[in-house]
Design a protein around this ligand. Structure first.
Ligand code: PXL
Length: 277
């Protein structure tokens, strides 16, 4: 594949190894020009720190997008993560419609919830509006909680394959195209990812190393986009991203002081090798 220009829209958590501070280095390592649109600036992420500061950048977005349009700047793919406000989602949809090159993929990580709960910044109105973005995307990467919120399905901590299949069916019925459902494990020792693409569903299971590592969803999604935009199919990208994320957790585990994220930088050379670069 030729040199790709990707736009990623998500927050800058200044400290916390998530969102843009993860996506930018991972996509760069995958060999693509990575353009960013910060949705908000936070002193830290919101999962475990208290007293964090937040500056919502929604009001800056129309001017930035208008400038890009005027300069005839276009992107080969758009990958969105944690957004700054409900209102911002409409701007992101406009950017997808106006600034994506022909055939460019819209990849949406509806980063808004985990472990059965919405993140502190979000409410029911945000979920409703996120549905419009997620169901217009070419690929979505929800975890089980997010898939439940998007479809109005009851969240379960323990589940079987029938529950997961019905969740995938509900996403498809709502208009989802390709779905990469993350954090799917049927026993305590394993987790994995299920990819539903064109009516075909495939599961990749791997060892579960640690319970609920912060930031791994963002590492996973960025690595997935990096692989996809290198020409791998959705399932192969999902497998590569899972293998890389496992390595990130392996190099982090055992360091209790590093509870807020994963040391994804230490495994970047392996990620580059996995991509065959
Ligand atoms: O990792 C997802 C994420 C991104 N950005 C912010 C967050 C979170 C998860 O809590 O708080 C600000």
């Amino acid at each position: 594949m030729s040199y790709r220009k990707i736009l990623t829209i998500q927050d800058i958590s200044c400290v916390g190894q998530c969102s843009l501070t993860v996506a930018l280095p991972i996509l760069s390592a995958a060999g693509m020009e990575t353009c960013i649109l910060p949705s908000a600036v936070l002193s830290t992420h919101t999962a475990g720190f208290s007293g964090y500061t937040v500056r919502d950048l929604t009001a800056d977005i129309p001017g930035i997008a208008a400038h890009w349009k005027k300069e005839n700047i276009r992107f080969d793919a758009l990958y969105t993560g944690y957004l700054g406000s409900t209102e911002q989602i409409a701007y992101v949809r406009e950017i997808a419609e106006e600034l994506l090159s022909d055939g460019g993929a819209l990849i949406v990580d509806p980063a808004m919830a985990d472990n059965g709960k919405l993140y502190p910044a979000f409410d029911a109105a945000y979920v409703e509006t996120m549905k419009s973005l997620a169901f217009s995307a070419d690929i979505i990467l929800p975890n089980i909680t997010e898939a439940c919120f998007l479809t109005g399905t009851e969240y379960r901590e323990r589940y079987d394959r029938a529950y997961i299949d019905s969740l995938l069916d509900a996403l498809t019925a709502c208009g989802a195209k390709t779905v990469v459902l993350t954090g799917v494990g049927f026993d305590a020792e394993h987790t994995g990812v299920i990819v539903r693409e064109g009516g075909k569903t495939r599961y990749y299971e791997h060892r579960k190393i640690a319970k609920g590592c912060h930031g791994t969803g963002d590492v996973y999604a960025a690595a997935f986009v990096g692989a996809l935009e290198n020409g791998l199919g959705a399932y192969d990208s999902a497998v590569l991203a899972a293998d890389y994320t496992v390595r990130c957790i392996e190099v982090t585990q055992g360091d209790a002081a590093h509870w807020y994220g994963v040391k994804f930088e230490l495994a970047l050379p392996e990620f580059i090798r996995m991509l065959g670069k």
